[in-house]
Design a protein around this ligand. Structure first.
Ligand SMILES: [Zn+2]
Length: 226
């Protein structure tokens, strides 16, 4: 696992972000290469970090992926939350289509649809598995090394998929395919940025890796709907 800290300005590996004095007072450390503060985000409110992540700021992604340590269980909780959002979106779309069918009196029971949610959750999990495996494979192939890359890719994908949460307010206030597609596009760009920052693959390469993997998952998922 990659556990080293970095300067978010120049990406130099550092041993510490703080200098801790004997009286317990903490002071931010200056980078010996770029002479800037190693990580200003440690003093920022979470809302500031979230806004900068939404703006795709590279430094914010470096802070989250390298200097902010998440336990495996926290990453797992994020993953479950994002899969539930995906499942809800699949289920919501299917429910709408079935609803039209009910109005045409060619459907049996509307409430049977509720059971479909579990199938949609499985579908979301399989799609994530294919998507992440493809990206891990292409990233390892691109970097020509396995060590640290797989873990960093998975962590980058999970931490940058917060755009999936946008689905919830959209479902409540304005369930429109255009907004759903924009939310998906946002998540893809965020995945690409995190992949580039987390693995140091160039932005162009990470963009193509994410786009190609998403296209494969889309084709596979479309096949499931037939
Ligand atoms: Zn630096």
């Amino acid at each position: 696992m990659s556990e080293h800290l970095v300067c978010i300005e120049c990406f130099r590996p550092v041993n510490s972000i703080f200098k801790i004095y004997s009286d317990g007072f903490k002071d931010l450390i200056e980078c010996s290469r770029c002479h800037k503060v190693v990580d200003l985000y440690v003093e920022c409110e979470p809302s500031v970090i979230i806004i900068d992540l939404i703006l795709f700021k590279e430094k914010a992604y470096r802070h989250i992926l390298f200097n902010h340590k998440f336990k495996a269980i926290v990453l797992l909780k994020f993953l479950v939350a994002f899969l539930l959002c995906d499942a809800y979106l699949y289920w919501f779309n299917k429910k709408n289509r079935q609803y039209e069918s009910i109005r045409s009196n060619d459907h049996l029971l509307f409430y049977e649809l509720e059971w479909n949610f579990y199938y949609m959750l499985l579908r979301a999990f399989i799609n994530f598995l294919i998507y992440s495996c493809l990206i891990v494979f292409l990233s390892v192939f691109s970097k020509m090394r396995w060590k640290n890359v797989a873990y960093q890719v998975i962590k980058s994908l999970i931490m940058s998929s917060f755009g999936k949460l946008f689905v919830l307010p959209l479902v409540i206030w304005n369930p429109n395919d255009v907004y759903f597609n924009l939310a998906s596009l946002f998540t893809l760009i965020s995945n690409g940025q995190a992949l580039s920052v987390g693995t140091q693959i160039t932005w162009t390469k990470s963009k193509w890796i994410v786009t190609f993997s998403a296209a494969i998952v889309y084709m596979f998922d479309s096949g499931l709907e037939l």
